[in-house]
Design a protein around this ligand. Structure first.
Ligand SMILES: [Zn+2]
Length: 194
């Protein structure tokens, strides 16, 4: 993807100046991604991690952290107000939201497992909850950094986003789908053995 000079100028501006209408007008590809803030692609690598870490990793808490971190873009999209990804999609924001997701996710995850009658996965320990939520928010920022020009992961210290465009969105989607399929396959094999 190549940008016109005026688009590059907008991209290099501090994030606070990037309103949704500007982004929508200037970057149809970004808008295409934004139509679905809770993209399931983040779950692909999580399924592979679950296959490796087994009971030391909670998909419930991980999934909850994906919702928590995308509340900001959802709010921005619904209200046409505020930063699109902003503070939530920085590594500092991810640290804070990871802690919040871990504390709330332990209880919500256990509640979800009870509803799903998956009591063999209960309880979710605090260490599992904190690990799953922090993997969730940090990996979310990393993946969104590749896809979205307005994600500034190192803000407020730097406006650099070295991961942006490092691979195409199509390659990223295929990679996440592949990790979901292979991870799911390995996990189901390990479950039938137990
Ligand atoms: Zn996001």
């Amino acid at each position: 993807m190549s940008f016109a000079p005026e688009q590059i100028k907008i991209l290099s501006q501090p994030q606070a100046q990037l309103s949704i209408p500007t982004a929508v007008k200037s970057y149809p590809i970004i808008y295409q991604d934004l139509k679905m803030p809770f993209t399931p692609l983040h779950m692909g690598p999580a399924i592979a991690i679950k296959a490796v870490l087994q009971r030391k990793f909670s998909l419930m808490v991980f999934g909850w952290s994906q919702i928590v971190i995308d509340i900001q873009p959802l709010y921005a999209m619904l209200t046409d107000n505020g930063e699109l990804h902003g503070f939530s999609h920085t590594y500092i924001g991810a640290t804070i939201l990871g802690l919040l997701s871990a504390v709330s996710g332990k209880y919500l995850g256990e509640w979800g497992l009870q509803i799903l009658r998956e009591s063999k996965h209960l309880p979710i320990s605090w260490s599992v909850s904190f690990l799953s939520a922090s993997i969730g928010t940090y990996s979310h920022v990393a993946l969104d950094s590749i896809m979205h020009a307005d994600v500034l992961p190192y803000a407020p210290f730097s406006v650099a986003n070295p991961l942006y465009g490092i691979i195409s969105i199509e390659t990223l989607y295929i990679g996440c789908l592949a990790t979901a399929l292979f991870g799911g396959l390995i996990y189901s094999v390990t479950q039938t053995k137990n």
